[in-house]
Design a protein around this ligand. Structure first.
Ligand code: AMP
Ligand code: MG
Length: 444
């Protein structure tokens, strides 16, 4: 499941971003990391491992993916909670296939800012500890400055890790992997309960994505964790105008990972996990399948309950299914910016955001009648999310050597629920001509 490996040497490391609160949480001294400890953040002198995993990518199975440009440096036990310290962009590994093993500054800062925004929004996620520029050039469509991301996760066990173990045909390996995952994330559970726990976590996680308009963009089974944390911020983006069919990823031609498909894809991925775990559920295959299907079928109910509860919270603790559906229809038909609508509903009046004024008035009257708690709404409807145009602007500047816009954006999204003076720009939707042509890339 893993190969001992070391990071590629970094010619001239320069720190671009350091997450000081996270460093302290992990027991690492930020001053040391900025100075003598900088090499630690790029894995210098550390023998780590590249992990093996398989995965369904856009529905097609790849039996061997693995950490092609990543490295697990080790585990940090911070106050009883064990966390992985992992590098991305740290050079080719035996899993690299055709890739160069590298990463560019832009995509690594992208993961940094979006994962920090997700954390601040209260969504389970891996976290970013640092981005270090390598001083080397990475060749993509154009030559770009290279970087290494140091990230922290509850673990890097994925659905694809279990697919890989199962595919070896070695049932003892599969069992040991499951035992390890259970000990780490779900102590005391048996195999079927372990599977149910992952189903629950993922149902809750994807509901949270939907509440904030997050589109992961590449929900392959190798990008779905066992811990229930969001992982691998590649072509992800926040939805602008509400539309379930929204896709930003340049490689998602069929819209497999569109905003509105995420719950269904989550369940599809969990079916792949069940297939991998099957021999652990029951020695009799028919019985094992029955047990797995019964648990998998719980996903929809769990997801819908979590989703509806969260939507009610966004509406101030009121609203039945019909009120929510009528609102979403109104937002969809009028191309209303999703984040702005709930922000204005909470702190002002969203009427002007909707072209169909009569429709907006009618819906708002029904909603007000129910006596929503607007103070509570402010805790769940963000003012600031990492809007696509701001992210692109910040990354372009950073790639050119100016970290100012990145740092200001990071500051805004780290306190997403608190409206602050001077940050209006960060709460505004993208200009329409930007939104219409916006595409994200895998960041490889
Ligand atoms: P991702 O899209 O980041 O989830 O990566 C999918 C797979 O491609 C993983 O096995 C990665 O390790 C691998 N990969 C992505 N980019 C590179 C690269 N530049 N060099 C080597 N492997 C890569
Ligand atoms: Mg991945």
């Amino acid at each position: 499941m893993a190969v001992a490996w070391e990071a590629a040497e970094v010619p001239s490391p320069a720190l671009l971003a350091l997450n000081e609160p996270l460093a302290r949480e992990l027991g690492l001294d930020p001053a040391w990391l900025r100075g003598d400890g900088l090499g630690f953040l790029v894995g210098s002198g550390v023998r780590g491992v590249a992990q093996a995993y398989a995965g369904h990518q856009f529905g097609g199975y790849s039996p061997r993916l693995g950490d092609g440009r990543a490295l697990l440096l080790g585990e940090i036990d911070a106050g009883g909670q064990v966390r992985d310290l992992h590098l991305k962009g740290s050079g080719r590994t035996p899993f690299a296939r055709g890739g160069d093993g590298l990463a560019a500054v832009g995509p690594m800062l992208r993961e940094y800012v979006i994962s920090e925004a997700m954390y601040a929004l209260g969504v389970p996620t891996t976290r970013s500890l640092a981005v270090v520029a390598t001083g080397a050039t990475v060749h993509r469509e154009t030559p770009l400055p290279g970087a290494v991301l140091a990230r922290v996760a509850a673990s890097h066990l994925r659905v694809g890790s279990f697919q890989y173990a199962r595919n070896t045909g070695d049932l003892d390996l599969l069992r040991r992997l499951a035992d390890h995952a259970i000990a780490r994330h779900y102590p005391g559970l048996d195999y079927l309960e372990f599977y149910r726990a992952v189903v629950r976590k993922q149902a809750a996680l994807i509901a949270q994505w939907m509440h904030i308009g997050f589109i992961h963009g590449v929900m392959n089974t190798d990008n779905m964790t066992i811990s229930g944390e969001t992982i691998d911020y590649g072509p992800c983006a926040f939805m602008e105008a509400y539309d379930p069919a929204t896709v930003y990823s340049s490689i998602d031609h069929c819209g497999r990972y569109a905003y509105g498909n995420q719950p269904g894809i989550g369940q599809w991925n969990l079916a792949r996990l069940a297939e991998a775990l099957l021999p652990l559920f029951d020695a009799d295959e028919d019985q094992a399948v029955k047990k797995a299907v019964a648990v998998l079928e719980e996903f929809e109910g769990l997801y819908l309950a979590a989703w509806h509860e969260g939507m009610r919270a966004k509406l101030g603790g009121v609203g039945d299914e019909q009120l929510v559906q009528d609102l979403l229809k109104l937002l969809h038909e009028n191309h209303v910016d999703y984040t702005s609508f709930f922000h204005h509903l909470t702190r002002g009046n969203p009427r002007d955001l909707v072209l169909d004024l009569a429709g907006a008035d009618e819906w708002l009257a029904r909603w007000r009648e129910l006596g929503p708690d607007t103070a509570a709404m402010a805790e769940v409807n963000p003012v600031y999310v990492p809007r696509n145009h701001l992210v692109e602007e910040a990354l372009a500047a950073a790639t050119g050597g100016d970290l100012g816009p990145f740092e200001r954006l990071l500051d805004a999204v780290r306190r997403p629920y608190e409206q602050r003076e001077g940050l209006d720009h960060y709460a505004e939707p993208a200009p329409r001509d930007f939104s219409e042509s916006y595409r994200t890339f895998c960041g490889t």
